[in-house]
Write a new protein. Sequence first.
Length: 323
Amino acid sequence: MPQSQIAAPPSGGEALFTDFDQQTADKLAVLAELIERHTGKDGIFRTDIPSIHLIRSSQATLPVHTVYEPGVVIVARGAKVVMLGGESYTYGPSAHFVVSVDLPVTSRLLQASAESPYLCLRLGLDPAQVLEVIKDAKLDREDAREPKRGAYVDRTSPALLDAAVRLVRLLDSPREVAYLAPLVLREIYFRLLSEEQGGAFKQIALAGSGTSRVAGVIARIKQDYARPLHIDELARMAHMGPSSLHRYFKEVTTLSPLQYQKRIRLQEARRLLLTEALDAADAAYRVGYESPSQFSREYARLFGLPPISDIKRLREEAEQEIG
């Protein structure tokens, strides 16, 4: 049985696993067929299993700026790269991508076509259910004080891939979903907790862990993103000093709290410009900027063009896709 090889990602971050054995290839083909059957066209599709979405795309994409919520993506076909700060996480078949906290990222589909679309399933994470599995399986609780990176790529084991296939196959039997899906989800959590990077996965659920404390600060920043950032207040909320908060936050997200807030503000401003009749100055004030010129500079630095030019480009691209 040949060993999987690891292809280097564009820069930093994690790697793309390739050249898997025939048994894995067969399971991936089954998973791809199931996802294709339950989607049939491009998009993100909810399923009868509330935490599961199926994703299909028939074309590679330009970079997309978004916020990833905690979840696990298991790829059946195609490949994707996610940029977090200065790190790149590239993953494809026989790999899965885990996000433990809300992260502002830039993502791009690398391998997708009409003949061979990108296909994956996404499992939203429930920390309470993860904690139940940790307790019931009597898994070791390693030192949770030090934070872990909020994203990682790992090889999808045959056992995890088999569980993913059984989970999606349940969609063919709606009457079985309510009883059997929770059991398979617990198995998937157990597999993720037991793998090489299971320590990072455990921190999603353990109260007081470095990752969970940062997650609480992230929730506050997202809620109050338009207000001035007060590090001392956030540090008190997280029960740590300002310097420790800065270190923990950067370890989990690769960003400082101020950089994180800036990303959230700029992404929200872009959404407002696309969906509402606002000019750049109005959008700047709505998301908390006092200086429209500073807003335009930082917007162009992140998205590549000043606000109005960027929105014009996005609308033209959307019209071309529709046409």
